[in-house]
Design a protein around this ligand. Sequence first.
Ligand code: ADP
Ligand code: MG
Length: 336
Amino acid sequence: MPSEIIKLPSDISNKIAAGEVVERPFNVVKELLENSIDAGADKIEIEINDGGLSLIKVSDNGRGILPNDLPNTIERYATSKIKRFEDIYSINSYGFRGEALAAISSVSDFKIHSKRDGYDGFVLIKNFGENFVIKPSPIPNGTIVEVANLFQKIPVRKKFLKNSNSEYREILKFIKCFSSINFNVTLKLIKDGEVVLDLLKDNSMIDRVKKIFNESSLFELKNTYGSLSIEGVLSTPNNQKFRKDYLIISVNKRIVKDFGIMQSIINAYHRLMPENRYPFAFINLNITGDDLDVNVHPTKMAVKFFNSNDIFSFVYDSIKAELNSLTLSSSHVTQS
Ligand code: ADP
Ligand code: MG
């Protein structure tokens, strides 16, 4: 009997699936930086040419990859970060789906160099549409990933990219946020050959945020309630220049979009800000395993809370208490 259903070769299925993980250059930067942190790196260098359209290169001093594992890095659903499904609920790493490098390497000219301490360094090269090759590469311990000509040979995808300036702006915003959360990492950003960020390790999130966002009227937020904790950096209510684009939220150090939490922050500043003005607020919430599902979307930019109302109240109450003590101490100062 005839049959007509075939299982697609992995190069084709990877290209199809790539759309869910990488839509634009900024997604590539996000996945590569997350991999560097997951590898324990504390020094990362990022090079961006033409808004990431011609080159995105991330070098780290992390633990590197075993030579035999290099081909596995671009295999879909291949990961060193989980062994069982349940692991994703207690995970400390950014990655776990094993999809990013498979996707990225199927839509670009891709190279991954890596060297694990005690082993020789190698590079895996996979040009768009070709099979990969592996060669020796004498690099220091760590990993270098080069993504060139992203989507350039996929005309439809290329059409959806913006110009290199807007792609770069998105990348820069992501790097600023990511490096604020990972403030204890030395980080350098080179744009078209020019160093634009050169950050040594900072001791706290507020130190890094002040440097990166060039803001001074900020205060620190810290609170814990049972299994929930919050840390962050907020602007004082007298700082009224911000629009809504500086409400930055991360959950367990993952930057996410969450309108419920955004609204809780805005509500805490209610009556302290004029119409259409918002605080600068960068918060990180830590939530333990089974109150949170991080596996909602391939880009992991959304998460699901099981007790969202408790979390919203916790954010609101934490900020409100801090704002009240600020007003108290400033009225105390004026009276004396
Ligand atoms: P995931 O991060 O979900 O595991 P990726 O496709 O991003 O999937 O990466 C696949 C694997 O490649 C990782 O599990 C890790 O073992 C290895 N890897 C990727 N990037 C790095 C890096 N910068 N340093 C060390 N290992 C890496
Ligand atoms: Mg990853």
